[in-house]
Write a protein that binds this ligand. Sequence first.
Ligand SMILES: Cc1cc2nc3c(=O)[nH]c(=O)nc-3n(C[C@H](O)[C@H](O)[C@H](O)COP(=O)(O)OP(=O)(O)OC[C@H]3O[C@@H](n4cnc5c(N)ncnc54)[C@H](O)[C@@H]3O)c2cc1C
Length: 459
Amino acid sequence: MKDILKPLVDIVGEKAVSNHEEDLWYYSRDPGVLEPKRPDYVVAPKTTEQVQAIVRLANEEKIPVVPMGNGMSLTGIVRPLKGGIVMDMKQMNKIVEVNDRGRYVVVEGGVSQGQLKAYLEDNYPHLRHSIPDAPPGTTIAANVALHGQGRLSMQYGFNSDMVTGLEVVLPNGEVCKIGSWCMGPYWFSKGPSLPDLSGLFLGWLGTTGVLTKVGLRLYPQKKLRDVEIFVVDRAELVEDIIYRLSHTEMTEDLTVWFQPKPLMFKGNYHITVYFTGDTEEEVEFKRKLIWNAVQSYIDSKDGGFMGIAPMKSGLLEQPQRTISVFADVPKGGGFEYSGPITLVENFPEYTAMFEEIAAKYNLLYAATIRVIAGGHAMMYGMSFAFNRADQEMMDRVKTALDEATEFALDLGGIPWKPNVSEQAMAIQRMDPSTLSLMKMVKENLDPNGIMNPGNWEVN
Ligand SMILES: Cc1cc2nc3c(=O)[nH]c(=O)nc-3n(C[C@H](O)[C@H](O)[C@H](O)COP(=O)(O)OP(=O)(O)OC[C@H]3O[C@@H](n4cnc5c(N)ncnc54)[C@H](O)[C@@H]3O)c2cc1C
């Protein structure tokens, strides 16, 4: 590989490039279970023009470029599998515009979830975005690049469904405007009624271009929020309960969680129901409809609401920090989760298999599953915590995650933020016509294969 340190310094300045071993060490890994891969350079652009110049240089020299937000997607998808440049986007951190009445925001490609949340709380307290439970430093652009989900996904779908426009640097260095702002000043729609070109970039894990700006829908921030947890001890009841609760259209967010520790949780399935309102009256009205929806399960003693007063403040936190705390349960700070998306009706079968796999490999797990878009599907976070100093334990986690994904795909599910082996499983199962369209997209957009190579390798 040609030495490109000097041209990179010419583009972004000395302080924003590194090929020092300690920096490369850091950028070789994520907190997940997959082995590190060393980049050759790390570069942190500040402007779209700098991103363009870096990508042009990389394209001329056929050097890989891996866009990176906060590196917290856990499935190894920001590891530079073929070396080259890791492009750290965090310096592109401007909130460009909020359209208050149109309820959308435009952010640069490195703006974090926590930054946008704080900005809205300070300046537009009546607006909010669909914040994931990921650490607050994770970025909005990365989250839509992997079709993430957040606190409003039950109502409005994947966070990528909430995109209203994109600015993308293509692998040849050109900038492309996607959405209504391609022909006017406003970022209110990513596609309809134009051909929706955002699909060339959303879900591609940075393999088709670099998102330098993202337009995102905002939603009303209600004044009050409350939560209830409904508990059953039979997985086969979960689908019907979710169906009844989602039918009320009263819930802001609906998640299911189960874990074997502490022991009081073992064998139970907890359905967490969030609901909001601007007045006590509105909240109580929604609570009543939610209770009514599952009353027959309470009457038959098949389920009931849990007393949650001491846990409430933690549950209402956004993002919910207890999820990150789980990472250090076995000490050693390793944490990774398999995230298939399946129909809600597959819950009992997938859950039983997951618990069996965890027992087979003797692994501690915690599972949180979010219901998407009013009950169309469920997005799983089946987490294994592990000790990074214990290679044998990490190998068990890897095998268990692969087995869990294979099973989910056999049930008709799809993988979410798939690691390389899950991508291969998906490609293997894909209809040839779909695969050939993906090939056409990739070959035309990125003929030199420089963008996050090793991921979505359809060629
Ligand atoms: C405790 C915990 C809880 C989590 N909870 C959730 C959750 O509730 N919902 C959820 O969706 N996720 C969750 N996650 C997973 C993950 O952290 C998020 O999806 C997060 O959005 C990833 O952001 P990042 O900036 O760390 O992405 P990165 O890991 O940096 O990047 C992810 C992918 O996007 C690509 N990419 C990054 N920036 C760009 C760009 N500007 N242009 C093009 N491609 C780009 C990268 O190449 C990579 O393929 C959780 C993770 C943890 C650790």
